[in-house]
Design a protein around this ligand. Structure first.
Ligand code: PDD
Length: 281
């Protein structure tokens, strides 16, 4: 595999970042995961817009222009012959002796781009069955709208889910409302067929797939309400699902060991997954 690091396409084992990179020492870095479908990046413009916003919230200068970054992504995909899979982009504030304060003058940001193949049939197979999730108290910080690499709470949550034979964890805030998954947005379909997902604010990541699913739902004439829901409402829902770049729409059939409705992927969820309109670029 070939990985892009700061201007160079390197063999896998040479793709290294310095130990005093602020991404490594301080999680002072942001990232994006973009799906590659049939050789094309899915929703690339929305992902780059979000990356630019994350960078701006942390006052990190963009490492290059958007077209230049698209070129790097395209090259990385081609050099790795990825037809279906994902691109991972990470930008850190750069390499500088450890200090909480930003380096002054600023140092060049570190940019990493890698592409990995996935097997779409495996994801489709998981979607046929549906996944199990657990819920747990929210442990993350108050700026979950920024896509930073500060992912330890998400790792701990996923590990706990795995230990309970589940594949995702939904965080629950102090009011008992679900925020989002460790690496996905959370959705339910209520008993009157309305799709519910939490409104955007600092407590969740503005998911690109969430946005695209809202558009898809509108085109299918489905009602989407951006309103938060409780664990009890999720357990009582007609359907539940998660959205993320790597899963698109993934049905949830069990929450905290309790079956959702009949315990099989629901009809609206299946319809949304089928119709999920990829904006390939
Ligand atoms: N995760 N919420 C969180 C906390 C996420 O980490 C992600 C994505 C999402 C869904 O966002 P999108 O639809 O833009 O992928 C929501 C990526 C896939 C990851 O960390 O691997």
């Amino acid at each position: 595999r070939i990985i892009y690091v700061n201007g160079r396409y390197l063999p896998y084992h040479d793709a290294k970042v310095h130990v005093e990179d602020r991404g490594f020492q301080l999680a002072d870095a942001v990232y994006e995961v973009i799906e590659v479908s049939d050789n094309s990046l899915v929703d690339a413009t929305r992902h780059l817009t979000r990356l630019w916003r994350s960078l701006s919230e942390l006052s990190i200068s963009p490492p290059m222009s958007e077209p230049a970054l698209c070129h790097v992504m395209g090259q990385t995909i081609r050099r790795n012959r990825v037809r279906n899979g994902l691109v991972y982009l990470q930008v850190s504030r750069g390499e500088s002796p450890r200090d909480f304060l930003f380096p002054d003058p600023p140092v060049p940001p570190t940019l990493v781009c890698l592409a990995r193949a996935t097997i779409p049939a495996q994801v489709d197979q998981r979607a046929e069955t549906g996944i199990h999730i657990i819920t747990m108290p929210e442990t993350r910080w108050k700026r979950c709208d920024i896509k930073t690499v500060m992912l330890l709470p998400a790792c701990l949550a996923k590990q706990q889910a795995h230990a309970q034979s589940a594949s995702e964890a939904w965080f629950v805030d102090a009011e008992g409302l679900i925020t989002e998954g460790a690496s996905s947005n959370a959705w339910i379909v209520d008993r009157s067929g309305r799709l519910l997902t939490r409104p955007l604010d600092n407590t969740i990541l503005p998911g690109i797939t969430r946005r695209t699913v809202m558009d898809t739902a509108a085109s299918l004439g489905l009602v989407v309400e951006e309103s938060p829901f409780t664990v009890a409402e999720a357990l009582d829902a007609a359907e539940a699902f998660i959205t993320s770049a790597t899963n698109t729409v993934m049905p949830v059939i069990m929450i905290d060991g309790q079956r959702i409705s009949s315990g099989t992927p629901g009809p609206l969820c299946r319809q949304l997954r089928r119709s999920f309109a990829r904006v390939a670029e």
